[in-house]
Design a protein around this ligand. Sequence first.
Ligand code: DQA
Length: 154
Amino acid sequence: MNSDTPAPRRFLVVHGPNLNMLGVREPAVYGHDTLEEVNRRLQAWADAVPPEVGAVALRIAQSNHEGAIIDAIQDALGWADGIVINPGALAHYSYAVRDAVAAVGLPTVEVHLSNIHAREPFRHTSVIAPVCRGQICGFGWYGYVLALEALLRT
Ligand code: DQA
């Protein structure tokens, strides 16, 4: 690699509880794409980042367990340049996930497939968003791409 080649960037993408059910789960809200399809598109996005912007490597994880999500966030401190997280319902109440994001201090973007602000009142609050660079919601799977672009380019 010469000095004109930007260093490769590494991002963790975390999908929280119930996102493994995409495609089956409330398709009117979350769409018909499976998580596998979403992840394939994210990898395709990473592969298509122009070389002058730099190589992007993704690690993608999903868990239904708060502790496993916290472990993944903590582990990212050793290797990642940023985190994209859809915490699922944990967004609305998990101070532990919030503290993990704050503890590692990596630039983090919160993503929701649906527009949480247009849904039930309990979804309007995220306890995690205040420790993130920003929040993207309401754009379906493309929100993950927007979040990755934001981490890559800002
Ligand atoms: C979600 C929104 C949350 O309120 C919900 O609990 C989810 C999915 C979304 O992606 O829109 O599990 O995070």
